[in-house]
Design a protein around this ligand. Structure first.
Ligand SMILES: [Zn+2]
Length: 531
């Protein structure tokens, strides 16, 4: 949108008559584009677009009785400016709760909407923000060009401040000056008068979130929590596994900052919304992997028991919360032509180019050795000995000259294969199960003999999940699709940066900065050479 309500409000016949032809053409084109965009938006509804009813932005929803929205609203949204694009009515406390009369309407603007001064109303119960900071810096945001006639606005054009907010951001520690520092900035936004008589307002940047699975979340520069501080909150929650309650405690006790749980939650969601465009890049890197490890562990989401999947290679780690079925593989892996290391679970079986983790199989063999079934014990020993011999040969081949392992060990493999076939119908369940598993997945299990450089275990994937297995107890899983997506998107970006040898936080802060300003995020950092 080129023209804000503030600008449209001023456009009338008298103004249009004053413009020369060039300015008129420019204005017409901007109006035409805005009109088309508005028509498209008018036609858009949950029936003809990807937007579910819940994807409506908070300020598009009715405000009456929206208690939860008010309780969890970001402190900074509560001080939102008048401009209609910004969250104001829906997130402001109800007018009658302030106990004070409304401030007089904005002079010279006759609309039916009651006008308030920007910022918290006098006497209003300051939801969320209870702190007043002393700013180290004041940034003055002035419009650079007239919204109506498009003429450049000089720095000394007559301007009035019409709104402002404070942001708190992190100053990154450096070895010369260690420490965690916060910096408070006062942002002032101005309404500047053009020679043509039009008032144009500078507006904070806004980014687009186009995904129905992330709940209404807005990307905006109008935030108390700056990008660096947002990244610290992401790190405390997802890397250091602190609950929101502990993060509040940390920020309060160590940094002198009081943030509500609602603000922390919204900060996490906004960071994920900022990282959203990176998802395609992550999936593309997974699909391009020569060797991929996949694994899954249970993950509670609300009342549902879902699965946390991980796909990890030398340069990427992707997490997904989904049902335990083929769907997620069908969604992520089409086009994948590399080798896939996994456990023996059914959903992986249809994929070509599979490798199997030997650790799982030798553990099962050990179980048989410790069982009370004589034949089972003998089979356990046979499996164990075979794998020990082959492992020794693989390690030797890795270090030494290449060897034709499948041919050299063909007799040993034939013996094991015969034993498996013999035991396929065995009465002892565990013996039968291991024989069936080996027989069923024979090629995938012993394929590693063709290339001893391939891994013998799925440790890479299991390690990638371990952190979240611990986090699962603290976070108690996630509550909804949006929460799961927030967590997996951010976890994937963090782990991929680490895998590529980069500190994730500076990168994530830049992603938030760019996307809040309505610009594209930089691509994920590439692998540090020699890592
Ligand atoms: Zn103008």
């Amino acid at each position: 949108m080129h023209l804000s309500d503030h600008s449209l409000d001023q456009l009338d016949e008298a103004y249009v008559q004053t413009l020369d032809e060039g300015a008129l053409r420019g204005l017409s084109l901007r109006l035409l584009e805005d009109l088309k965009e508005a028509r498209e938006r008018l036609r858009q509804n949950p029936n003809n677009s990807s937007r579910p009813p819940s994807s409506r932005a908070p300020w598009e929803r009715p405000s009456a009785g929206d208690e939860e929205m008010i309780e969890t609203a970001d402190a900074d949204a509560l001080t939102a400016m008048q401009d209609d694009e910004l969250p104001d009515e829906a997130t402001l406390p109800p007018a009658d709760s302030s106990g004070t009369p409304e401030t007089p309407a904005h002079a010279g603007r006759a609309t039916a909407k009651p006008k308030r001064q920007a910022g918290k109303q006098p006497g209003a119960p300051g939801f969320g923000r209870t702190q007043v900071f002393t700013a180290q810096e004041t940034l003055h945001h002035r419009p650079s060009a007239c919204a109506a006639c498009a003429a450049a606005l000089p720095g000394d054009a007559p301007s009035v401040g019409y709104a402002g907010f404070q942001s708190v951001d992190l100053v990154w520690g450096n070895p010369e000056q260690p420490g965690l520092h916060l910096r408070v900035t006062d942002h002032r936004f101005y309404d500047s008068l053009c020679g043509c008589g039009h008032h144009t307002r500078a507006r904070p940047g806004e980014g687009l979130v186009d995904d129905p699975t992330l709940e209404p979340v807005a990307l905006s520069e109008w935030r108390l929590v700056g990008p660096g501080l947002a990244t610290l909150i992401v790190a405390l929650h997802l890397r250091f596994r602190l609950s929101y309650r502990r993060i509040r405690e940390f920020l309060h006790d160590w940094l002198g900052l009081s943030l509500s749980v609602g603000t922390l939650d919204r900060t996490l969601r906004e960071a994920a919304a900022a990282a959203l465009p990176l998802e395609q890049e992550l999936i593309a890197a997974v699909v391009a992997s020569d060797l991929l490890h996949a694994d899954e562990t249970s993950w509670p989401q609300g009342a549902d028991l879902l699965w946390l999947w991980v796909f990890t290679s030398a340069t990427v780690t992707l997490f997904v919360v989904a049902k335990r079925g083929r769907e997620v593989l069908d969604r992520i892996l089409p086009g994948f032509a590399g080798w896939l290391m996994s456990d023996g679970w059914q959903a992986y079986r249809h994929l070509p180019h599979r490798l199997r983790c030997w650790a799982h199989l030798t553990r099962k063999a050990q179980g048989l050795i410790e069982s009370f079934d004589r034949e089972g014990q003998a089979f356990g020993h046979q499996v164990q000995t075979t794998f020990d011999t082959l492992m020794g040969a693989i390690h030797a081949a890795r270090a030494g000259p290449p060897a034709d392992l499948p041919r050299i060990h063909a007799p040993l493999l034939a013996e094991l294969h015969a034993a498996c076939v013999h035991l396929l119908g065995h009465r002892h369940a565990k013996t039968r199960a291991l024989a069936v598993e080996l027989w069923n997945d024979w090629d995938a299990i012993f394929r590693v003999l063709e290339n001893p450089q391939w891994p013998l275990t799925n440790n890479e994937a299991e390690r990638a999940l371990r952190h979240w297995v611990i986090a699962r107890r603290i976070m108690m899983g996630t509550r909804c699709d949006a929460g799961s997506r927030t967590f997996t998107l951010l976890a994937s970006v963090i782990e991929t940066c680490r895998k590529r040898g980069h500190v994730p936080w500076l990168y994530l802060a830049s992603v938030i900065t760019e996307r809040r300003a309505g610009r594209a995020a930089a691509p994920l950092p590439t692998l540090v050479p020699g890592l």
